[in-house]
Design a protein around this ligand. Structure first.
Ligand code: NAD
Length: 250
């Protein structure tokens, strides 16, 4: 895939989930376009592999984004100028329908996919607002567009990501800070999605067999995320961009 030379020269971009999948592909694309990247992930070996294998200005932060101390660590590394935040880290559920949800799964999925995104966004906003510029990109999902793409906890969290994105865009676009989301369909990454429910298998199985689009490459998502982060998307805010091979149109 081609890239846009120097598009992020002088820019500092924070990326969560930077150690694998869509997050890592986004870091790779950003450094290719001259960004300074603050790369956050909870798995330290993944970040070590990232900094060993990818050339560029990458500051690795090993942190669980649900840790309330994470945002302060990220701000300290990023400094006063923060051009972009890509909230990419996320986890799946076990395809549990509502009657089968364990409190632990519900709490963890909402904590990682939603609350941590809010905390980090809340932390970077004052610095972006001070400069009157910034771009926040959240990773939602096809499961944020329909009820038939995951279990109830994940589906709920990704619908909430859309609301969080639109509300943030509403309040801050007039002040120069854009906020958008991408909604991927299936992507070839290391995300775990174990089928823990018999009923979910029965209900979703036939739909998945007939409706699923081709599995995307992580760099196809990175292309959309970096476009939204960049000034090329200067008039785009509050959008939920399906990057799903057309799945949302079925
Ligand atoms: N892969 C897909 O098919 C797909 C589809 C739709 C949406 N998504 C979304 O894309 C995003 C990225 O997922 P991916 O498929 O690249 O997954 P992945 O598992 O390959 O990468 C996610 C990265 O996030 C990190 N991470 C997870 N929880 C964390 C936490 N609490 N703190 C810090 N880091 C944490 C993991 O260690 C991992 O390196 C997620 O938000 C996911 O919901 C993925």
């Amino acid at each position: 895939m081609s890239h846009v030379a120097h598009r992020f020269a002088g820019c500092t971009i924070i990326v969560t989930g930077a150690g694998a999948g869509i997050g890592r592909a986004t870091v790779e694309r950003l450094v290719l376009e001259d960004a300074r990247v603050i790369a956050v992930d909870s798995v330290s070996e993944r970040l070590t592999r990232l900094t060993d294998e990818v050339e560029g200005d990458i500051t690795a932060i090993v942190a669980d984004i649900t840790d309330p101390a994470c945002a302060a660590m990220v701000l300290e590394s990023a400094g006063m100028r923060i051009d972009g935040l890509a909230n990419i880290a996320g986890i799946m559920d076990g395809f549990e329908p509502t009657a089968e949800i364990a409190d632990e799964t519900w709490d963890r999925v909402l904590a990682v996919n939603l609350t941590a995104m809010m905390r980090l966004t809340r932390a970077v906003l004052p610095r972006m607002l001070e400069r009157g510029a910034g771009s926040i990109v959240n990773v939602g999902s096809e499961a944020g567009q329909r009820g038939s793409a995951a279990g109830t906890p994940y589906t709920t969290s990704k619908h909430a990501v859309n609301g969080f994105t639109r509300s943030t865009a509403f309040f801050y676009t007039p002040k120069g800070v854009r906020c958008n989301a991408v909604a991927p369909g299936p992507v070839a990454t290391s995300i775990e999605a174990p089928f823990r429910s018999e009923w979910a298998g029965e209900r979703l199985g036939p739909l998945f067999q007939t409706n699923l689009p081709a599995v995307a490459r992580p760099d196809e998502l990175a292309a959309a995320i970096t476009w939204l982060l960049s000034d090329d998307a200067s008039n785009v805010s509050g959008a939920i961009l399906s990057v799903d091979g057309g799945w949302a149109s079925i």
